[in-house]
Design a protein around this ligand. Structure first.
Ligand SMILES: Cc1ncc(COP(=O)(O)O)c(C=O)c1O
Length: 337
């Protein structure tokens, strides 16, 4: 039975199929790491001496704060609204001129309100990091994602069937002293890759979750498999199927008591995100997903020092739009009330 996951799973079939595709042009100034976390660590470490504060949205997963805490940089969380746009007044009041990094995610494949965010640069000297962990191939007013902030990074495995990978870009001055390299997959990545072949031992291999966690929490360069898949990505096909799958959920959930998050027309959506009313509803949708072999998740796992219990932002669930499946070809789904 197929299992429709949020992130496309690595498979050797996809790796070999990519031999027959044309390569895309990778920019020579891109730095490739194993995860968004590694890119973030590298960029913060590079700017470290001058940073006194990181401004981070309160809607963020704890993997991100772990990295900032590792470097002992104080975090100030800024509020965002229901459309996931940053509160610009709060940010202005909390910038330490010359010494702040502002991290702005393009959530779920959709652009943030960059016009307002970039205006901050007219008044303050601040480094803006565009967090594209959810976003590959997007645009804002004809400007490609990754080129809007002063620095940007993404997370390839969220959109592509890679083992990991993240592109770190410096859009102004190029940094000195950051090494570029590639490596063979490590032991955890090999385990993950073998699980796709479903040999007996790996089929029910419980520590797989640990293997994924281990491979992402180490700071490292990209592995050659992921680099290869990224080089051979077929952007149009991926974006088209993801948008079709996004429309599928829009249509399917039309008469269900759920509030889709209004995104700015995503070119390559990461998921179909919705607000639900309470934690009972979260469970209800997650269980319905399990019955139908569809991963539906509550995102994010918030950092301990963020309290959003009273906010809609803690009740986001995500439906998969993974392009390895065409959702409108699903024959039967249990009824959803
Ligand atoms: C908004 C955001 N930024 C950064 C990251 C870190 O990316 P990665 O999992 O590739 O380390 C995540 C992880 O889910 C994320 O959701």
């Amino acid at each position: 039975m197929m299992d429709i996951t949020i992130q496309p799973k690595f498979s050797y079939y996809n790796l070999f199929a990519s031999f027959f595709r044309n390569s895309v042009q990778i920019n020579s100034t891109d730095y490739l790491f194993n995860s968004g976390r590694s890119s973030l660590f590298t960029l913060l470490n590079h700017e470290h001496k001058s940073i006194k504060r990181v401004l981070l949205p309160e809607l963020i997963c704890d993997d991100v704060t772990d990295i900032i805490n590792r470097l002992n940089i104080p975090i100030v969380y800024y509020p965002i609204d229901d459309r996931l746009d940053p509160n610009i007044d709060f940010i202005s009041d909390n910038i330490i001129n010359d010494h702040s990094i502002l991290i702005v995610p393009n959530y779920f494949g959709s652009a943030s309100n960059w016009d307002d965010i970039l205006k901050l640069k007219n008044h303050y000297s601040i480094t803006i990091v565009e967090d594209n962990a959810h976003s590959l191939f997007g645009r804002y007013n004809n400007q490609e994602f990754g080129t809007i902030g002063d620095i940007s990074f993404n997370s390839l495995r969220k959109i592509l069937p890679t083992l990991g990978g993240s592109v770190l870009k410096f859009n102004n001055e190029q940094p000195q002293g950051i090494k570029i390299s590639k490596r063979l997959p490590n032991i955890d990545e090999i385990k993950i890759s073998l699980s796709s072949l479903k040999p007996r031992y790996f089929r029910n291999y419980n520590p797989m979750v640990n293997a994924i966690g281990n491979s992402l929490s180490s700071i490292d360069f990209i592995d050659i498999f992921s680099n290869y898949i990224y080089n051979k990505t077929c952007k149009e096909m991926i974006c088209n199927i993801r948008r079709e799958n996004y429309k599928f959920w829009h249509h399917y959930l039309k008469n269900i008591d759920i509030e889709p998050i209004k995104l700015r027309d995503p070119i390559c959506p990461y998921v179909y995100p919705c607000y639900v009313k309470n934690s009972i509803d979260i469970d209800r949708f997650v269980q319905w997903g399990k019955m139908n072999n569809i991963s539906i998740i509550n995102w994010p796992k918030l950092p301990n020092d963020v309290n959003l219990h009273q906010s809609k932002l803690s009740k986001i669930i995500c439906f998969p739009v993974n392009h390895l499946y065409k959702l409108n070809q699903i024959k039967t789904l249990n009824e959803l009330h």
